[in-house]
Ligand binder design. Structure first.
Ligand code: SIN
Length: 281
């Protein structure tokens, strides 16, 4: 797609684009915001470099684009209840968001996406992988597409954020409210993206527990196949953070995976999540 008001450079053939020359502190015109939403739905994740945002400016940018959704499990940044802190200290071994997942698929109305802003990044490492669920779906056989289109999947937060989760204890100060991890959600396995209209595969290793009407055991082989397929390198992009980078991803057509390869160093980012809408096949 050609953009008249934005400078958009694809990051890879399948997923991601850099948006150049935009200061996210600025009031953005209606035309710029419209194209930003289009580019977001088209590329799945937008990257902005060299931003200098205070928490207030981060919130203001998020509110220009959508409505903030407060994640009930992440610890908030001190004084900013609508900003989630994504932190790993030098003496901590577990990171937040390690492993492929789609945020909030356990919600009945999953969040649209998140804006993650980098404050402190290790000298080496701490990249994030993104994968395109448009590409994952498009590259399946017609037979597999047809079967998947007839299925729904069950998603849950219980095993990740709930009281009985096997979460490592060093995450306990960074995540909370296990009593709120009680809700499951059912979504089509292939959704139609609400903005682009494109089909996208909508299951993920983090939160999908089974196909609706199938046992977890019956579901596992097909889910494993889809997970391996969707993580193929040609459907992914590896983003290298710098302080001042902001990544804005779309949960409806992407997965992400924060690589935990920087032990002994601090990594600190601020995440704001935006409300989405009910998903349909
Ligand atoms: C997340 O899953 O929200 C965190 C991603 C990251 O830290 O790169």
């Amino acid at each position: 797609m050609n953009y008249q008001h934005l400078n958009v450079t694809p990051a890879s053939t399948a997923i991601g684009a850099f948006v150049n020359g935009l200061d996210l502190k600025d009031e953005l015109s209606r035309e710029v915001l419209t194209e930003l939403r289009q580019a977001h739905a088209e590329h799945g994740v937008l990257f902005f470099r060299d931003q200098q945002l205070t928490p207030e400016e981060h919130v203001a940018f998020a509110e220009r684009v959508g409505t903030i959704n407060i994640n009930r499990f992440f610890t908030a940044v001190d004084g900013y209840p609508n900003i989630a802190e994504v932190r790993k200290e030098p003496d901590q071994s577990t990171n937040i968001g390690g492993g492929w997942h789609t945020d909030h698929s356990y919600d009945q109305i999953p969040a649209l996406g998140s804006m993650l802003y980098a404050l402190e990044i290790p000298a080496v490492g701490g990249d994030t992988l993104f994968a395109s669920m448009y590409a994952a779906y498009d590259s399946l056989s017609d037979g597999m597409k047809k079967m998947l289109r007839g299925l729904n999947a069950v998603h849950s937060s219980r095993h990740v954020f709930g009281a009985k989760s096997d979460r490592p204890s060093d995450l306990s100060k960074r995540l909370g409210n296990p009593e709120l991890a009680t809700q499951d959600a059912i979504h089509p396995v292939v959704i139609q993206h609400p903005r682009s209209g494109r089909p996208a595969l909508y299951v993920n290793p983090g939160f999908t527990v089974s196909f609706e009407g199938w046992t977890a055991q019956e579901s596992a082989p097909l889910l494993q196949f889809l997970y391996q397929h969707a993580a193929r390198p040609e459907f992914t992009y590896r983003f290298h953070w710098q302080p001042g980078s902001l990544a804005f991803w779309d949960n409806r057509c992407t997965w992400h995976n924060a690589i935990n390869d920087y032990h002994g160093e601090r990594r600190l980012l601020h995440r704001i999540t935006l409300d989405g809408e009910a998903l349909a096949a």
